[in-house]
Design a protein around this ligand. Structure first.
Ligand SMILES: C[S@@+](CC[C@H](N)C(=O)[O-])C[C@H]1O[C@@H](n2cnc3c(N)ncnc32)[C@H](O)[C@@H]1O
Length: 271
């Protein structure tokens, strides 16, 4: 059981994600799309599209003869995404575990940008994506790396393992389900994909203060970062995490680092 909740999202978190992801997830998403070589006329599926910034960028690349569909289980994020809709770009509430309704062989490209680590079980979504792709179709994934998790998440884990938080073990359930590069390679080949490239990239960024860092994680985790903790303990936990983050202060701000996996794979043309 994952324990991740889709019910912690709020209009504020969704709006914050729209603003803050423009300098983070959107940037590495653009690199993923460039590597996938998305071309005019292609049909593209964005699984876990969030508020739709990257899908909007992709719609510009596929042009009027192409089509982009973004799906996400969070209605508040889809509501923001839908403001970007146009004839070749649509969004709908959907889920990586419910891709069965989409027709087989209907997409040239499927991607999950900063989404894969939010999937507790990864085999079924990958098999479904394989079914949805045309022969020769491409899959792109960016996700956190298990062997070097994001520093803020590691600090949170340590803080929550102490009292008074340790008596709420469910609070640890808001942690992403990262994979190693080898696990990702095995998952991809197990679902029938040929991996062209799986690379671990340094993911370093600076935040001006602990509040900003935590707010970003709350928005990116749709409220799961501390959402399982009773509200009465949440501000105390934030103070404890902020204190530990100060140890990583540099002249540029609080240095947060981790590793990101970047994967490009394709469905063999013979399938
Ligand atoms: C960090 S955001 C990334 C959003 C977007 N891909 C981007 O590049 O900005 C993670 C997204 O994963 C989505 N997500 C979580 N569980 C999911 C699932 N089971 N199926 C599809 N998307 C999911 C969340 O709703 C959230 O919008």
């Amino acid at each position: 059981m994952s324990g991740l909740s889709l019910s912690f999202d709020t209009p504020q978190l969704a709006q914050q994600y729209e603003v803050r992801s423009a300098e983070r997830q959107f940037l590495h998403g653009q690199r993923l799309i460039a590597e996938l070589g998305v071309r005019a006329g292609e049909h593209v599926l964005d699984v876990g599209s969030g508020t739709g910034l990257l899908a909007e960028h992709v719609a510009g690349l596929v042009g009027p003869t192409g089509r982009v569909l973004g799906i996400d289980p969070l209605p508040l994020r889809i509501e923001i995404a839908q403001r970007k809709a146009r004839p070749n770009l649509s969004f709908q509430v959907g889920n990586a575990y419910a891709l069965g309704e989409l027709p087989a062989g209907s997409f040239d490209v499927v991607y999950l940008n900063a989404v894969f680590h939010w999937l507790p079980e990864k085999t079924e979504p990958l098999k479904q994506i394989h079914r949805l792709l045309k022969p020769g179709g491409r899959l792109g994934i960016t996700t956190g790396a298990k062997d070097q998790p994001n520093r803020l998440q590691s600090i949170k884990k340590q803080v929550l393992s102490r009292e008074p938080y340790a008596r709420y073990p469910e609070a640890q359930a808001g942690t992403p389900h990262w994979v190693t590069a080898q696990e990702l390679a095995d998952l991809l080949s197990g679902a029938g994909f040929t991996a062209q490239r799986i690379e671990a990239q340094a993911n370093v960024h600076h935040q001006p203060d602990g509040n900003t860092a935590i707010a970003f994680s709350q928005a990116s985790s749709f409220g799961n970062f501390l959402g399982h903790l009773p509200e009465s303990l949440r501000s105390q936990a934030i103070e404890d995490i902020k204190r530990e983050l100060e140890a990583f202060r540099t002249p540029e701000g609080i240095r947060l680092e981790g590793k990101r996996l970047f994967a490009i794979a394709h469905k063999p043309a013979s399938h």
